[in-house]
Design a protein around this ligand. Sequence first.
Ligand SMILES: [Zn+2]
Length: 250
Amino acid sequence: MFLVIQKRSIVIFLFLLVFFGAYAAILWSGSALTVFNQQAEAGESPVVVIDPGHGGADGGAVAADGTTEAQINLSVSLKLREVLRLAGIDVLMTREEDISVHSPEAATLREQKISDIHNRAALVSDTPNALLISIHQNSLPQVKSVHGAQVFYNTAEGSESLARALQEDLNTYVNTHRAKEVKKIDTSIYLMNHIDAPGILVECGFLSNEAETAQLRQEDYQLKLAVLIAGGYLRCQTAEPTAPESPTVQ
Ligand SMILES: [Zn+2]
């Protein structure tokens, strides 16, 4: 256990060293600011709301070995909170345990699901200068070979550039076989479409892919995802806004 903790600490330390180095370099050179740190300059620090998708009776996608999306989402999210806090970022979680976030009056499973997603949206909407990072796992049982991480964004200002920053890092360090493109979130995804705040949703991998499921279950791999997501966020906070690059090869 000690070795595991030590290894995790070293990984976090190395990644943060790189990110803070880049952060310091950008500040030193006095670069232009993005929408996020314009808020920070006005004394309105962004608050990252981390949303581990599903939970409780709603396990989300389920792998062949019984691994549920909800449990992977929570593990990655708790590590993301840890890394962002280390970087001095204010963080809120929509859930910290394997629970549904529904109100007590919701009786049926359907009512609980609706109440859960409304409550998550309300948390984001009630948080000044919120930025949503929703963590999910994908599944495509019809094509079990499909794998890799993909970032989706909502229509709020700043979302797409944040998604692109994250996708770039995920393509470099996770999707080494084949890059994926960012995508605007489908209108059917309630939470991402019922907030005014910038929001991204990270589908970290495919639970329908056996090899990727095995990776997603590993603490080290979850930490790698968390560090990449946090790093993309920090880089986006500090970098000059740039025009979207042409899409990467799918
Ligand atoms: Zn999901």
